[in-house]
Write a new protein. Structure first.
Length: 94
């Protein structure tokens, strides 16, 4: 594993920036959580809840969950930790 700078997390985008394309203009009403269709399974109704403050997410239908944008990217793209933070740092989005 590559040696990571102690400030690697500071180089990642804010969750609102990372999730912007996925959320496609949805608005947060009254809290930091927003719901959208899940990218981890066939979904017709919003079942994926995303916390725009922490980046954490949970799908109430398929059970996919994670604590931040790195977990989301790793699960969606099926890559390791270092690859995920490298790609996100280069501008990859949800």
């Amino acid at each position: 594993m590559k040696n990571l700078s102690p400030t690697w997390r500071e180089k990642l985008p804010a969750p609102t920036t990372f999730y912007s394309a996925l959320l496609n203009g949805k608005k947060v009403l009254g809290s930091e959580w927003v719901s959208t269709t899940c990218v981890f399974h066939e979904d017709r109704k919003p079942s994926l809840s995303i916390n725009l403050k922490s980046g954490g997410y949970i799908c109430h239908a398929c059970g996919c969950k994670g604590k931040d944008i790195v977990d989301f990217y790793r699960q969606r793209c099926k890559v390791g930790f270092v690859e995920a933070i490298t790609q996100i740092g280069k501008g990859a989005h949800a």
